[in-house]
Design a protein around this ligand. Sequence first.
Ligand code: PMP
Length: 436
Amino acid sequence: RVSDETNYDTLLQRRKTSLNNNLSISYGKDPLKIVKGAMQYLYDDKGNAYLDCVNNVCHLGHCHPEVVKAGQKQMAVLNTNTRFLSDHILDYAEHLASKFPDPLKVVTFVCSGSEANDLAVRMAQTYTGGTDMIVIDHAYHGTSRVDQDLSPYKFNSKGGRGQASYIHVAEMPDLYRGKFKANDPEAGEKYAEYVKEHLERIESQGKKIAGFIGESVLGCGGQIVLPDGYFEKAFEHVRNAGGVCIVDEVQVGFGRVGSHFWGFETQRAIPDIVTMGKPIGNGHPLGAVITTPEIAEAFNNGLEYFNTFGGNPVSCYIGKTVLEVIEDEQLQENAQKVGAKLLEEFKRLGEKYSLIGDVRGMGLFLGIELVKDHQTLEPAAEEADVVIEKMKERGILLSTDGPLHNVLKFKPPMVFTMANAELFVQALDEILQEIS
Ligand code: PMP
């Protein structure tokens, strides 16, 4: 039985008493009690509808009927671990692998993006015999001890335990704020040099590289699109030093970037390991790691990897349904079409309002960086918060991200329509007018 409490103060008090308090809540001063979701909309307990521009997890839309049906159907038949023969896990693994270029073929199912990255690092360390990892500054890769070590976004923040000795942080390849800017055609190659410098330092210290991990569009970094050639060059350096290249597609995979199914494909570079999470199960806790037969073979060294819930028939049926719906409803094409229109409109707003410093992204993964001054690039974080609040008043949910908390982060369910885009742009235009 559910309590159906309508007094928010009571709910906040119960939350404070029963839940770990280091968990923050959205719109802290005036939180929302969301009771229902349908496609790109969320509904609160008072019956208000919100256009959701935050949830890249419910990729196909909240409570997509096909996913709901798949989960209900399989839950009523069988849910058990992977130590039995099953069509579900094989059908799904084969379908998922068919989405990747050679030689990425071997799948391991887990329950979250965090587990996927944790496992990817273990695979890299086992395969190479190395220990050290290179990460990109401001990245977030998950909750486990190792994932936290991989995440400057966390280990450098208040309460974080600092940089571990096996971790090396490469400069964020940021064409807006970084050393090499958008007008430099060799910026990608130059940012990749930072990776090379770390590799040389690791070797000179007598240590051995295990791998490099990076997102193919930097999410917590502030929706940073990688400069052309960055992965290509960085991967070349890492492989020359004997390391493996891991790409974290937890936020941007599954067609979100529009032009391709995976973000890394926009970089014309093929990783050795790819990790997936969030959208993979449309909200059902699921994650996956795909790698090459060679790395998988080395990982099969006698120490078994068994994940109680990973790859169970319910999760696999849901995951396979997600892939089918992306294909059937042409959601990647939708992301490309609607995302391109939005990017164009955001650029138009950028010419109108000096508060907008930079507009970037791909498909339905976009960012608008707000600044007080175009020369100094002083971040406009308070203004970004005001935009978020005012959007909420208009029934639109949006969030901020980036190391300076001044990037409006746009990552809605992939069913976001042109009409939704028009409404969003109009609201943003009016709000920027009000606060400029
Ligand atoms: N990698 C990235 C890029 C993420 O954004 C996240 C979650 N925010 C994770 C990994 C961890 O995923 P999860 O929270 O599902 O464990």
